[in-house]
Design a protein around this ligand. Sequence first.
Ligand code: GMT
Length: 378
Amino acid sequence: MRIAMLCFPTPGGSGVVAVELAREMARRGHEIHLVSYEMPFRLSSGEKIFYHEVPLREFPLFPYPLFTLETAARLAAVLQEFSPQLIHAHYTLPYSIAAMLARQISGQDRVKIITTVHGTDISTWGCDPAMQPLIRYSLEKSDAVTAVSHSLQREAVALLGLGEEKISVIYNFIDTERYRRNVDTGLQRELAPRGERIIMHISNFRPVKRVPDLIRAFALLVKEKKDVNLVLVGEGVEKQKVMEMVKQMGVSARVRFLGTHVNPAPLLSCADLLVLPSAKESFGLVALEAMACAVPVIAANTGGLPEVVADGQTGLLFPVNDCNALAAAMRRLLDDHDLHRRFAAASRQRAEQFAAGRIIPLYEELYGRLIDSNFPPC
Ligand code: GMT
């Protein structure tokens, strides 16, 4: 099959899923054209994926670059030159609309469009009265729509008044070979020089991630003289605020800030716990990455997280915003070594349910069903 994909290049779940999907599809012999305004952060040169960069030009008349139009123009050129049979838009805005425009401009009417809703395209933009009609239109006019969890599917259906059959669920997936526990003792010693336990958080530090809740809960553990270190991985708008909080709460000596890591598996392999205190999370890809590395996850009970983290079996869920409950969950797993060991093994087992080998065929099947049989074969 020949597939074009649109995605954001910045560190964030939707871009990661798009790149991993492109990689897996290319590995299976499909021709993949990835269109984005920058090289996606998890894509490296030398992969068997065609990358087409969208130029974001400045022009004195326009206050901002014409992101959607530039994307549509670049994609239209890709459609004309390479004849992809299908466009897969990752994140509704503005990619579904850009895909529809590109299809029209290029005159390639038989090209099908799939939109994958990833999270805030529904939970934030879909709730905005001004943008809701555009989101609804984008999904109604897509030839197929997928959601990354049942929770997100239900939310989209309820918010936008779409028929349930319009949105199918295809869970996010993980490369269980690349993501497995493989401890680099040097790295572990760097993060925990005196053998402290390691609590980890990885995100793009947006307000929705509620990183300050983790700092508050962690400070409670430090007060109890628990021998723990906190490792925060990533960059984002709230990072400065979190750094100041760490200082004010007097826990700086126990907190390490690492920047964005393209390959988080070695870091995760050093962790004892991963914490995700998000207000909203349609799936929580990082939870799955941690589980594949046999790290129990403590997550807020929200969105699709209960579909990933099996509460009481692979990890623990706590109510959003409840720092005491979060501290109690961390304490429980740090103190009970046997429970921790069981959860770690069960986490890896559960992650295998989301292995690429199980999920990618669902995309292949969907693509195959949609592609116009009159299209010139590959
Ligand atoms: O960061 C992004 O690229 C998108 C982001 C969002 O804001 O919607 O992430 C979502 O997509 C990921 C991949 O499907 C999910 O694992 C995340 O849970 C989800 N984030 C939220 O729902 C907040």
